[in-house]
Ligand binder design. Structure first.
Ligand SMILES: Nc1ncnc2c1ncn2[C@@H]1O[C@H](COP(=O)(O)OP(=O)(O)O)[C@@H](O)[C@H]1O
Ligand SMILES: [Mg+2]
Length: 191
């Protein structure tokens, strides 16, 4: 199977989950992340805002704010093929749909932050292998963004078990994640 066919197959499987299944599986994933010492120790946390049956991140966003940590969310700058990390003060009040309908900070709430200031990044994806290799949506946005983070930044990918596969066609520019967290397990990928 090709990389493109694999991406399509996994996205179809994920879209076949009911809203109840997505919520039921997302809860234990967010709970596991919130209990990690890497989360407790982080003061600036970047979280993707889920869309189209991605693992839901709302509970984690709320925890970041409740803990008084700095919350960062991405803005997709399509013309520059870049993710712009922005500090978010009010959730969900300061958000509006942006590229592809993904929620992002409204124009008057854009407060860019240097990638090097982010301690922990919650990374979305289509599929992963147990080494932390990641198959994205095909835009390479996170691959380019993760390169800009500091040497101690930690990358955690929430995923449903159906997104964990033996092989995801990693390339040289792909940036692996340190941890995978599913509804069943927490995997330290050794990266
Ligand atoms: N660090 C990078 N520098 C330049 N181009 C990149 C970089 N990372 C990814 N790309 C480009 O982005 C495109 C999509 O990358 P790919 O890994 O297939 O997507 P995704 O990670 O979204 O699944 C590819 O053409 C790739 O060459
Ligand atoms: Mg990639």
């Amino acid at each position: 199977m090709s990389k493109e066919a694999l991406r399509k197959k996994v996205l179809q499987e994920r879209m076949a989950l009911s809203p109840e299944e997505v919520a039921r599986k997302s809860d234990p994933i967010m709970e596991k992340i919130i209990k990690m010492k890497e989360f407790s120790q982080a003061s600036t946390v970047m979280v993707y805002l889920d869309f189209r049956n991605e693992v839901q991140t709302g509970a984690l966003v709320q925890q970041v704010l409740a803990d008084g940590k700095r919350l960062v969310v991405p803005r997709t700058e399509v013309t520059q093929h870049q993710l712009l990390p922005c500090v978010l003060k009010n959730y969900p009040g300061d958000l509006q749909p942006g590229a592809w309908g993904i929620l992002e900070p409204k124009a008057d709430c854009v407060r860019p932050v240097k990638p090097a200031e982010i301690n922990l990044i919650i990374v979305p994806g289509v599929a992963f292998d147990l080494c932390g290799n990641r198959l994205g949506y095909g835009g390479g946005y996170y691959d380019r963004f993760l390169l800009q983070t500091g040497p101690d930044a930690l990358f955690i990918a929430p995923a449903f078990e159906l997104q964990i596969l033996p092989q995801v066609f990693p390339g040289e520019h792909d940036v692996p994640v340190h941890y995978l967290v599913t509804e069943k397990r927490l995997v330290n990928t050794g990266r």
